[in-house]
Design a protein. Structure first.
Length: 129
């Protein structure tokens, strides 16, 4: 299952060269992941309140392939690669008109309110398998 999320590049997203500042791709993929989680019917506020856990990024491996520029219409594609009891590994790609601009493998874990690692809630693990 692939989730698609549109992004428009705003002037504030660009650097002095007129291209998207590299760190903004991390913001783009975060927005896409948040939208993907919501589209699955997962309420992260309830997860925090009821299960006492929140999602946290553990690792990002990123590759920059080509620049995006002001006013580009981008797509962020999100796919689950692996789900275990303790982590979720996702592949995310930012494209423009089908051309790959940025790709990342993102490892997500759950942490409890004291910041310690916790298992992914069972209902989420089952939903993603």
């Amino acid at each position: 299952m692939t989730h698609s999320f549109p992004i428009r590049v705003y002037y504030e997203d660009t650097d002095m060269a007129g291209i998207v500042y590299y760190a903004n791709y991390l913001k783009y993929i975060e927005r896409a992941r948040s939208d993907w989680v919501k589209s699955l019917g997962i309420d992260q506020n309830s997860m925090r309140e009821q299960d006492g856990v929140v999602f946290a990024v553990r690792r990002v491996e990123a590759d920059y392939h080509a620049p995006a520029r002001f006013d580009d219409a981008l797509q962020v594609e999100t796919r689950v690669q692996t789900v275990t009891g303790a982590r979720l590994v996702m592949q995310q790609e930012v494209t423009r008109d089908g051309d790959l601009l940025f790709g990342a493998t993102v490892t997500i874990v759950c942490i409890n309110d004291s910041g310690q690692p916790a298992r992914l809630p069972a209902n989420i693990r089952l939903m993603l398998h």
